[in-house]
Design a protein around this ligand. Structure first.
Ligand code: SAM
Length: 336
């Protein structure tokens, strides 16, 4: 179809596209056309007359003209292509298929078709396992790598999925914790991994001090890389078993993040060492639906009372479902 459009030199195209998007004048249902030298950006049919004023004021030349355009093809969804609800997560340029995903090849093809930035599709060969909470993977399609760069809430993370734990499924949770941290607080991230809690908090609360501890040397290598990648200067990366270094930070933390579900209970004594009076402990666990919070809360209460603290208040929530009858929960306690 013929449509009025803006003709602009290719190298200036992105500037104009952004400008037209901001103004709401670009017709995004039509595909931008290019020839050897120019781009043609279709305008909405009722674009305002003062578009001339705008184009005249630009420091480079653009033309208001007419061109032939085609409508944008709506990308199909993975489900439309495969015919079933596909389960996967995307980490940077890697898609990871869930362990119960059927027809791996077909789903991988569909993911690459729908998400062109995905260059690798992996399936896990194991559950998250061992002290470092890592997994083994097999390649289903694309480049054979477990390394990628993942963006989340304005931060960038170098990830190696085989060497250190990372899941994008906690993105909202990390942001929720960050919102609770106040300027000037000290945060101890006891099981920091590649740094997604620590770096987000440090970036959004530059006056905070964040101590990010992990025992996995590969995770800490990536954590250090991610600290510089995000230009944060208020995170101290510590490679250690948290129990061996916790006394260095005794009584300093306003927030203690305990993101080691399954075994966090074993580290509650360390959390009480580092916690200040009035601080909040963010405790993660995997619990059965028949006992979502009671047993975990009892463990926290017992560790707090052993350390001479009482629990002033607490809140509980399901973070995500873990298996048909188990949940990843967060229990937050304020201790005095
Ligand atoms: N918080 C990170 C995140 O959200 O991506 C990583 C969480 S991962 C579930 C738990 C991390 O705890 C792993 O990176 C593991 O290496 C680390 N870890 C396990 N035992 C530890 C210990 N005793 N001291 C310090 N870190 C430990």
């Amino acid at each position: 179809m013929k449509r009025q459009c803006i003709q602009v030199e290719k190298k200036k195209g992105e500037k104009i596209r952004k400008l037209l998007m901001e103004k709401g004048w670009l017709d995004t249902s039509l595909r931008i056309v290019s020839d050897e030298s120019y781009l043609y950006m279709p305008l909405i049919s009722d674009f305002p007359a003062d578009i001339n004023k705008l184009t005249n004021e630009l420091p480079f030349e653009v033309q208001l003209t007419e061109h032939e355009f085609e409508t944008q093809k709506k990308p199909k969804t993975v489900e439309q292509i495969t015919g079933h609800i596909a389960r996967y997560e995307i980490i940077g340029s890697i898609a990871l298929l869930d362990h119960d995903e059927v027809n791996l090849e077909k789903t991988a093809d569909a993911i690459i078709q729908v998400h062109p930035h995905v260059k690798t599709v992996l399936a896990a060969l194991s559950a998250v396992e061992g002290e470092f909470r890592t997994r083994r993977f097999t390649l289903i399609k694309g480049e054979n790598t477990t390394q990628t760069l993942h963006k989340e809430y304005g931060c960038r993370y170098a990830i190696d999925m085989e060497k250190a734990y990372f899941t994008p499924r906690l993105a909202t949770e990390r942001s929720r914790i960050m919102e609770q941290v106040k300027d000037g607080d000290t945060v101890v991230d006891m099981f920091a991994g590649v740094g997604p809690f620590s770096i987000l908090i440090a970036k959004k609360r530059p006056s905070c001090r964040v101590i990010a501890i992990d025992k996995n040397p590969e995770a800490v290598k990536l954590l250090r890389n991610n600290i510089s990648l995000n230009g944060v200067t208020n995170v101290e990366a510590v490679e250690a078993d948290v129990r061996d270094v916790i006394y260095r930070y005794a009584g300093t933390a306003d927030h203690v993040i305990m993101n080691l579900p399954h075994t966090a209970e074993e580290f509650l004594d360390s959390a009480m060492v580092v916690a200040k009076v009035g601080s909040v402990i963010h405790y993660y666990d995997i619990t059965p639906e028949s006992d979502l919070y009671s047993s975990s809360l009892a463990h926290i209460e017992s560790a707090a009372s052993k350390a001479g603290f009482t629990i002033e208040s607490h809140s509980t929530r399901i973070v995500r479902s873990y298996s048909p009858h188990q949940f990843n929960v967060c229990i937050e306690v304020r201790i005095t």
